[in-house]
Write a protein that binds this ligand. Structure first.
Ligand code: PMP
Length: 441
C-alpha cells in the first residue's frame, strides 16, 4: 500500500537523506511523501524492494525504449564488457552507431557523442555561437532542455516574474544563474508566430540560433504547431540564425524522430536517451559545415573543444547499436499504436466519469490536462496545472494497482509492452476516475 512509512522504499528514502540533500540525486524523481525505489526490471515490469511489481509506464523518461534488460541489449553489452570497458582511443563501434544515426535522422550529416542530453544540448548551443559568431540563443518559455545554465532559462517562470506574453522575461530556474547568462537567452511564447518573430527581429544582430523542443515533454506534450515551427525555420534561414531541435525525448516519435514526422530538418539536433538503450548517452549533430566547428582537421584546428572522458563510451555505444537495430519501423508502428490506444482509453475514461480533460502527445508519449480549454502555451498550462487534486489521486491509485507512472502526469511506453497491459492501465484509470467522482458527490 502506498504510502506506507513501514515500506522498504520509505525506509530507504529516510536513509538517503542522511547522505544526499533531500535524499535525492535526480531532482525530477521526487514526489511526496517518498518515491518508490526500484531494484529490478524485467521487460515491461519494474519491481520495488518490497516485492511489488509494476508495469513501468515511465521507462526512464524515454530512455528505456525497449523496457528493462532486453536480451538483445544484454547480449551486445555482455560481449562488450568482456572485450573493453573504457579506453582513451576511438573505436570502430562508435563509427557504426554514427552511421546508423546519420542514415536515419534527416538533420544528421555529422554527429558526435557525449554522455547526456544536457551535454548534447549544450554543445549544439556552443556550436551555433561559434559558427555564427553571435552570443544569443532563443528558446520557448516553459521548455525543459536539461540543466545547462543557458538552456535552463525560463523553464519554470511564474506569473510573478514572467512579464508580458509579447516579450517573456528571461528568468533563472536555479538560484545563482549569472545575469549575463539570462541576458543572452531570448524567450519566446510558444505557438505565437507573430509575437515570436517580432522578438527574434529585435535580437537578430546577436542571435546564434533558436532552440526548439517540438514536442515539449515538460508541458505534457501539448503540441508545438507545425506552422509555428516552419515560421521559425523560415525566419532563421532568412536571418542567418541556426535552427536547433532538442530531440532528447521526442526522437522516439517516429523512425526519423519528430523532425521526420513534421518534415522539418533543423541545422542541428541534440538527442540521447533512447539511443543508448538505457545506458548513458548524448548525441548531437547536424550540417557538416556547422559541425566542422568541432573538426580537429580544419585549418587552425577545431573552433570548439569537445573533450569528455566518457564520450562514445564503448558500453553505451554497444547498447546503442542494439537499441537502434531493435528500433525498426515495425517497433515504431507497434509502440505508436499502443500510444493511440492509451490516449483513446484515457479520453474515454475522462468522458465516462464526467471529468473534464484532454490527452496530448504523439506516438508512445502521452500527457493530459484536466481541462478542455485549448492549451497552446506554457502560460496556458501553468493555469491548467492548478487542478492537481485529481492527478494525485490517480497516481496513488495506479501505484496501488501495479502501475508506475510519472507523478505529475505522463506515460511513456516501451516496445515490449502489450495491448493487455494498456487495457489494464485503462481499466485502472476508469476505476480511479469513477472513485474520485463518487467521493465528490
Ligand atoms: N532535453 C529534453 C527535452 C529532455 O527531456 C531531457 C531529459 N529529460 C534533456 C534535454 C536532458 O537530458 P539528460 O537528462 O540526459 O541530461
Amino acid at each position: 500500500m502506498y504510502p506506507s512509512m513501514e515500506s522498504e522504499s520509505a525506509q530507504l528514502f529516510k536513509r538517503a537523506q542522511v547522505v544526499m540533500p533531500g535524499g535525492n540525486t535526480r531532482s525530477t524523481l521526487y514526489y511526496p511523501p517518498y518515491p518508490i525505489y526500484i531494484t529490478e526490471g524485467r521487460g515491461s515490469k519494474a519491481i520495488d524492494p518490497d516485492g511489488n511489481e509494476y508495469t513501468d509506464f515511465i521507462n526512464c523518461f524515454s530512455a528505456s525504449i525497449h523496457g528493462h534488460c532486453h536480451p538483445k541489449i544484454i547480449e551486445r553489452v555482455q560481449q562488450q564488457l568482456n572485450k573493453l570497458i573504457s579506453v582513451a582511443a576511438p573505436s570502430d563501434a562508435e563509427i557504426e552507431l554514427a552511421e546508423i544515426l546519420v542514415d536515419r535522422i534527416p538533420s544528421f550529416e555529422r554527429v558526435r557523442f557525449c554522455s547526456s542530453g544536457t551535454e548534447a544540448v549544450m554543445h549544439t548551443i556552443r556550436a551555433a555561437r561559434a559558427f555564427t559568431g553571435k552570443p544569443r540563443i532563443a528558446k520557448v518559455e516553459g521548455c525543459y532542455h536539461g540543466t545547462y545554465d543557458a538552456a535552463e532559462v525560463s523553464q519554470n517562470s511564474n506569473p510573478g516574474n514572467w512579464g508580458e506574453a509579447s516579450a517573456p522575461a528571461s528568468t533563472s530556474t536555479s538560484f545563482g544563474t549569472p545575469d549575463g547568462v539570462k541576458d543572452d537567452v531570448v524567450v519566446l511564447n510558444m505557438n505565437d508566430i507573430q509575437g515570436s518573430i517580432a522578438i527574434l527581429e529585435n535580437h537578430k544582430e546577436h542571435l546564434a540560433g533558436v532552440l526548439l523542443d517540438v514536442l515539449p515533454a515538460r508541458m505534457n506534450f501539448i503540441p508545438m504547431k507545425p506552422e509555428y515551427i516552419k515560421a521559425i525555420q523560415a525566419w532563421c534561414v532568412a536571418n542567418g540564425a541556426l535552427l536547433i531541435f532538442d530531440e532528447v525525448f521526442s526522437l522516439r516519435g517516429g523512425y526519423r524522430g519528430m523532425q521526420g514526422e513534421y518534415g522539418v530538418t533543423p541545422d542541428l539536433t541534440a538527442t540521447g536517451k533512447l539511443v543508448g538503450g538505457g545506458f548513458p548517452i548524448g548525441v548531437f549533430g547536424g550540417r557538416t559545415d556547422v559541425m566542422d566547428v568541432f573538426n580537429v582537421l580544419a585549418d587552425g584546428g577545431a573552433k570548439v573543444t569537445h573533450g569528455g572522458t566518457h564520450n562514445a563510451h564503448p558500453v553505451s555505444i554497444a547498447a546503442g547499436i542494439a537499441s537502434m537495430k531493435l528500433w525498426d519501423q515495425a517497433a515504431v508502428t507497434h509502440i505508436n499504436g499502443l500510444g493511440k490506444r492509451v490516449r483513446q482509453g484515457i479520453d474515454a475514461a475522462l468522458r465516462d466519469a464526467g471529468i473534464p480533460g484532454t490527452t496530448y502527445g504523439y506516438g508512445s508519449m502521452i500527457g493530459w490536462f484536466y481541462t478542455e480549454d485549448e492549451l497552446h502555451t506554457y502560460r496556458d498550462i501553468h493555469t491548467a496545472q492548478h487542478q492537481k487534486g485529481v492527478q494525485g489521486k490517480l497516481f496513488k491509485h495506479w501505484l496501488n494497482n501495479g502501475i508506475l507512472a510519472a507523478a505529475r502526469g505522463g506515460l511513456i511506453l516501451s516496445t515490449v509492452m502489450t495491448e493487455a497491459e494498456i487495457d489494464h492501465l485503462i481499466e485502472q484509470t476508469s476505476e480511479a476516475f469513477n472513485a474520485i467522482q463518487t467521493s465528490k458527490s
